[in-house]
Design a protein around this ligand. Structure first.
Ligand SMILES: [Zn+2]
Length: 342
């Protein structure tokens, strides 16, 4: 069954269920500035739990599939009553499906498989973007740029985190790229910074823009478990045969734990899948980096190899490898989160 058919069955299921329930569905009018998250929260509904239901119920009155029209009436997902209720039990069995159009048509639907990252907030920043392509190189006569590959890995990571229940913010966004399952990712300049800010050319302004956005969101989400992941593909140590480097702020214990957990996951994966390969990446302090110094959430700064290095290119250009890198980072993040909650 393909995803669309599946979703259709799921919606039909919901409709049948709601038909049987004693109370009719509650509706609410979207106010100025309302997003699905804030609307649900105001109604006392957990966005993590009800987001997918809400989208399914209101599919035809959302723009770009996930945004509300101010002043329109929306149906709220049915609230689950007593746990002994048979209808409730059926509802709970349905996997939650989220939609993120930034992932592109083929990857937009996210099935939530676990709640391991429930309550956690992640900010994902992919390096460069907009007028700044980052490191560039040529591959078989084509120009390739760091920002496109960092972005693809970041989207794959975002999808993974969402599938484990995390609240995920993609800070650098490209409205029309999505997750791309091919080797040569075309260079473009239309990336923006959350929610829709043009990226300035000046380096300091560019960095300050993303720092400000992350810090604003951090303050808004105060009290929650929050982490920042920054991804680049341009290791500075060009002479070495580098795999992946991890950095954190020297004064941040939480950042250190996060970087260590991801590092540890990579070590284990290399041992498991490539026993002959020596893992040379390591984390070290890089407090001179503007982002590390100025962002509020604990963070890990990851350099996924060097786009100019021939050997790294082979790895980074292969979509399956980018997926593996994203999977491993997500596993490290889950490891860090699990340790924290103990
Ligand atoms: Zn970079």
């Amino acid at each position: 069954m393909n995803k669309r058919t599946y979703l259709l069955f799921w919606i039909l299921g919901l409709l049948v269920l709601s038909g049987f329930s004693q109370t009719s569905l509650k509706t609410v009018v979207a106010e100025k500035g309302d997003g699905i998250y804030s609307l649900l929260r105001k109604q006392g509904l957990s966005p993590a739990k009800h987001y997918g239901h809400f989208i399914a119920l209101n599919k035809d009155i959302l723009w770009d599939s996930i945004h509300l029209f101010q002043g329109r009436e929306y149906v709220l997902p049915p609230v689950e009553v007593g746990s002994g209720d048979r209808k409730t039990t059926t509802l709970k069995k349905e996997p939650k499906v989220l939609k993120e159009s930034l992932f592109g048509k083929e990857h937009a639907l996210v099935t939530v498989k676990s709640n391991k990252l429930n309550g956690a907030v992640y900010y994902l920043v992919s390096g460069h973007g907009g007028p700044d392509p980052g490191a560039v190189a040529s591959y078989k006569g084509k120009m390739i740029a760091e920002d496109e590959y960092a972005y693809d890995i970041t989207l794959r990571l975002a999808k993974k985190l969402m599938s484990h229940g995390a609240e995920t913010y993609i800070i650098v966004q490209d409205p029309n790229d999505g997750i791309r399952d091919y080797k040569i990712l075309e260079i473009d300049r239309d990336e923006v910074v959350y929610p829709n800010q043009k990226i300035p050319l000046n380096q300091l302004q560019r960095l300050r823009q993303r720092v400000d956005v992350v810090n604003q969101l951090y303050r808004k989400n105060k009290g929650k478990y929050q982490r920042l992941i920054v991804t680049h593909v341009d290791s500075r140590s060009k002479g070495q045969n580098i795999d992946v480097f991890f950095y954190h702020h020297e004064k941040s214990r939480n950042g250190k734990h996060l970087a260590e957990s991801i590092h540890e996951t990579f070590l284990n994966k290399y041992r498991k899948y490539q026993p002959n390969r020596v893992y040379e990446g390591t984390f070290e302090d890089r407090s001179g980096l503007y982002l590390i110094k100025n962002t509020l959430p604990a963070m890990a700064y990851i350099e996924v190899g060097n786009i100019r290095n021939r050997k790294d290119q082979r790895r980074i250009l292969e979509p399956n490898n980018r997926q593996a890198v994203a999977n491993w980072i997500s596993e490290g993040i889950i490891l860090d989160r699990t340790r924290k909650s103990r």
